[in-house]
Design a protein around this ligand. Structure first.
Ligand SMILES: Cc1cc2nc3c(=O)[nH]c(=O)nc-3n(C[C@H](O)[C@H](O)[C@H](O)COP(=O)(O)OP(=O)(O)OC[C@H]3O[C@@H](n4cnc5c(N)ncnc54)[C@H](O)[C@@H]3O)c2cc1C
Length: 386
């Protein structure tokens, strides 16, 4: 359970992030994205705003704000450039994993540096042959005295190269265990190699990499939750994915909002057949559907965040928000491109970026096919017939 953030504090921070996006992000987002360039200056400002510690408790140097506030921040960032919310997402998930499941030493050891953004977090569950099927992980951690020796290849590690801490799922004798692997940012460090940067359709400017652990040693106290955490890694990470899915939903709302705002503006400026295209009923129908889906996506996202803030299980609600909002974002980005006609297809406007960024949300944090399975299982559990 998270203490609700005072609405005035929430509104002020979200408005601050909106001003940051308007002033600093929008003028450079497309250029940086096309160059696939890491936005170091923007990340520095995000650090100054305290965003890396947004959900970390104040006793560890964070802002200690609720998930509803985080959702508001993510929507603003993604409306400017979705990649900025990706730089934050796995970091916040790692901080939440430690806040919720770490030993007091792990919390004291990692949370202050994560909260300030001095150390950046990455979450490493997926492998080349284990994405949806998280039970098929093959990365191993073998006990050797006071240490574990990690061997295996992890795929799709967003922020992996720049991270100073990777929350890594590996197989131990007890099952799947989550390790807090501290490392220096970089490509080759202490038995960890960033073997490949994965090229992407969108979501550029931040790295998504493959990482090889070749007998990398970590102390035994790197097990998240200590000895009691052995074999509970999958449980911890899948619990953390609720926040990840709410993040994806909020991102989708941000991208969808940007695509809708651009469309409704353009529809009133562009003239065909002697009138603004907004006067053609075919365009009006599109705008109405887009706005309705956007509003529904935002409400589902906030509702899931509120449930999580209240300390209730929200796998069904987070899944519904992620499923609906991501499909809505994909549709709204496509409709925005249609409304813009030819110019929507060019690199002169950000519509093509929304169109390329949106599909990630139907895949990341569990594909939408898996999402439906999660929702159905949760519903069957809640509505079980004796
Ligand atoms: C840009 C990007 C960044 C990422 N960042 C991270 C990260 O930081 N950390 C991390 O751990 N992972 C990350 N991922 C991995 C992501 O979570 C996986 O890609 C995703 O879970 C899907 O796994 P997969 O790619 O192996 O697809 P697969 O599991 O191979 O799925 C292929 C297809 O089969 C479908 N499918 C699979 N099983 C079933 C089933 N039982 N029923 C019905 N359909 C099914 C899927 O829905 C999909 O359509 C990232 C992925 C991308 C693209």
């Amino acid at each position: 359970m998270t203490a609700p953030t005072d609405p005035a504090t929430r509104d002020e921070l979200v408005a601050t992030v909106r001003r940051f996006v308007e002033r600093d992000v929008l003028p450079v987002a497309s250029e940086l994205e096309h160059a696939d360039e890491y936005p170091a200056g923007l990340v520095a400002t995000m650090r100054d705003l305290g965003l890396f510690g947004v959900t970390v408790a104040p006793e560890f140097g964070g802002l200690g704000l609720d998930l509803r506030t985080y959702v508001g921040i993510v929507e603003e960032l993604a409306a400017g450039w979705m990649s900025l919310s990706g730089i934050l997402n796995t970091h916040v998930m790692v901080a939440n994993l430690i806040s919720g499941n770490g030993t007091p030493e792990q919390q004291r050891g990692w949370l202050p540096a994560l909260a300030s953004g001095e150390v950046r977090g990455a979450l490493s569950l997926s492998e080349p042959d284990a994405g949806s099927d998280t039970g098929a992980l093959s990365c191993r951690a073998a006990r050797d005295g006071d240490e574990y020796v990690i061997t295996g290849t992890k795929a799709w590690v967003t922020n992996g190269e720049r991270a100073g801490l990777v929350a890594l799922a590996a197989r131990t004798d007890e099952g799947i265990t989550c390790f807090l692997v501290g490392k220096e940012p970089g490509r080759h460090v202490d038995g960890i190699t960033v073997s490949r940067a994965i090229g992407k359709l969108g979501y550029k400017g931040l790295e998504t990499v493959e990482m090889v652990y070749d007998g990398h040693r970590v102390p035994a106290d790197a097990v998240l939750g200590g000895e009691a955490g052995l074999g509970r890694g999958r449980h911890f990470i899948l619990g953390g994915l609720e926040v990840g899915r709410i993040n994806i939903a909020a991102r989708a709302v941000g991208v969808a909002r940007a695509a809708f705002d651009a469309a409704i503006r353009y529809a009133q400026q562009r003239q065909t057949f002697g009138q603004p295209i907004a006067q053609h009923q075919a365009i009006q129908l599109k705008l109405a559907d887009m706005a309705t889906k956007l509003e529904a996506a935002r409400l589902l996202t906030l509702s899931a965040a509120d449930r999580r803030d209240a300390g209730e299980r929200c796998d069904v609600e987070a899944g519904m928000a992620k499923l609906f909002a991501s499909e809505a974002a994909l549709e709204i980005a496509t409709e925005s491109m249609r409304i813009h006609g030819g110019v929507g297809y060019t690199t002169e406007l950000p519509i093509e970026r929304f169109y390329r960024d949106a599909p990630l949300m139907i895949i990341g944090e569990g594909t939408n096919e898996i999402q439906r399975l999660v929702i159905a299982r949760g519903l069957l559990r809640r509505h079980a017939v004796e």
